[in-house]
Design a protein around this ligand. Structure first.
Ligand SMILES: [Zn+2]
Length: 102
């Protein structure tokens, strides 16, 4: 299994020698490349690792989260209204069948 630079970083920072490692151009390059990789944020936007914390405090993130929550709520409203409508249709059909059988 490949060791990710973050694991390396954790190890070295635990030993308190991150700075020493960071002076190594190879390590620094690896670390910078890792920080530049994009990961999906909880707001479903792709963000570089280096920007993730700053992005989460941004208006863009807060706005997207608000919209996502609104979308979830709207979906739930549609689902529940559809269920209500379906239930009414079924009850009506049953009633009709009952009347036919009388
Ligand atoms: Zn976000």
């Amino acid at each position: 299994m490949d060791k990710s630079p973050s694991e390396d970083m954790k190890k070295v920072s635990q030993k308190g020698v991150f700075k020493k490692y960071y002076a190594d151009p190879k390590f620094r390059e690896k670390h910078l490349a890792y920080m530049k990789t994009k990961i999906p944020c909880e707001c479903e936007k792709m963000v570089t690792r280096v920007n993730l914390n700053r992005h989460k405090k941004s208006h863009i993130h807060k706005d997207r989260m608000k919209k996502l929550n609104q979308l979830e709520q709207d979906k739930m409203k549609i689902y529940s209204s559809n269920i209500k409508e379906l239930t009414e249709k079924i009850l009506k059909l049953l009633k009709e069948k009952e009347n036919e059988l009388k």
